[in-house]
Design a binder for this molecule. Structure first.
Ligand code: GLU
Length: 341
């Protein structure tokens, strides 16, 4: 199938840990338009994997926001909280690469060096690579591990390069694997990262048994057949980790577009704490989503009076636009300062 004939299968993947804001509307609008412009599919996945932070009222809020904006989705909603069994099963498939880490937060802080990766441009507000993990628990013998049993352990994924002493358990095709992962971002162009500079061996399950974001997202993208991921540039350095997981599972990775983050007038990244820009507040203030949709359309150089995401789609289709103008977003690198109130 040529690139042209391929139908986008995208996803909207909100975390119901707070009310969505203007920045979320921006990412979801782009993900949705990208899929719908080529008559593709878009699935809704609630990333409610963390029971302590996810709340039913935020799920309701997200569904109301989507209905208000005019963002529809295909099929049933996928809830990560209902997929624990699946994550368990997929963990078994990569068990040679997984080891328990007994380090406490304090120990990790003490040995961690400063993160070494800088994402393109200087304005990335929150690169998500975390501190580098120094493989402290990776080479413990089975006896040493046994001694520590009972201590809360998270599960980490061993990243390349592998040491000779690991060759017995690591499948042969990975013995000389390199930690370098590259991909062509639809907006940022060619990206290349060294996994070890992005934090090294990362957690797939936290010590409180909550599945880690990187792991759950990769399994879900894989099983849901997602072939295009449109998300904020703040997640850029997660992508090499997810590419590594795809490689371990022998699965083709989706294509990625890491979109510029919206910043408030002070240059701070929009977050759930910007209550005045929460979609819940904007819904009450404006009743119609038109002002917001029209404001966001300008970053795509679309003028017009679309009253909802659906109307914006119709307007783009009328102009015979079949895919999002990704190049247009290059000019912003990874952040756009906004003055929407
Ligand atoms: N659930 C994540 C968030 O709301 C997005 C994950 C992703 O798009 O990969 O930040």
């Amino acid at each position: 199938m040529t690139q042209k004939e391929r139908i986008v299968i995208g996803r909207l993947a909100p975390s119901p840990t707070g009310y969505l804001h203007l920045g979320n509307a921006w990412s979801f609008l782009l993900a949705w338009l990208s899929a719908r412009l080529g008559n593709g599919k878009i699935f809704l996945r609630m990333e409610d994997i963390d029971p302590a932070r996810s709340k039913p009222e935020f799920i309701d809020g997200i569904l109301e926001d989507f209905a208000w904006l005019g963002l529809d989705y295909d099929g049933e909603i996928v809830f990560q909280s209902r997929r624990i069994q699946i994550y368990e099963e997929y963990l078994q498939k990569i068990s040679p690469f997984v080891y328990p880490c007994f380090c406490t937060r304090k120990e990790l802080r003490e040995v961690a060096g400063a993160p070494q990766v800088t994402a393109p441009g200087d304005r990335l507000i929150m690169p998500d690579m975390g501190a580098v993990y120094h493989r402290t628990c990776r080479f413990f013998s089975p006896e040493e591990r046994k001694q520590k049993t009972g201590k809360n352990a998270c599960l980490r994924l061993a990243c390349p390069p592998f040491e000779k002493q690991e060759y017995e358990i690591i499948p042969e095709q990975f013995h000389t694997a390199a930690p370098i992962f590259s991909f062509n971002d639809l907006i940022l162009g060619k990206q290349e990262f060294d996994l070890n500079a992005c934090g090294g061996d990362f957690a797939v399950q936290r010590s409180d048994k909550v599945w880690a974001y990187q792991f759950a997202v990769s399994i879900d993208d894989m099983l849901m057949g997602i072939n295009q991921v449109v998300r904020g540039a703040d997640i850029l350095t997660s992508t090499p980790r997810q590419l590594y997981l795809f490689q371990l599972f022998g699965h083709t990775a989706p294509e990625y577009a890491h979109i510029p983050l919206l910043l408030d007038p002070k240059g701070e990244r929009l977050a759930k704490r910007h209550a005045s820009l929460s979609l819940k507040t904007l819904r009450q203030k404006y009743k119609s989503p038109a002002p917001l949709i029209q404001y966001l359309s300008r970053f795509l150089a679309v003028d017009g009076n679309a009253g909802s995401a659906r109307e914006l789609l119709a307007c783009l289709k009328e102009k015979k636009i079949q895919s999002l103008p990704w190049d247009m977003l290059k000019q912003y690198e990874n952040a756009i300062q906004t003055n929407f109130t």
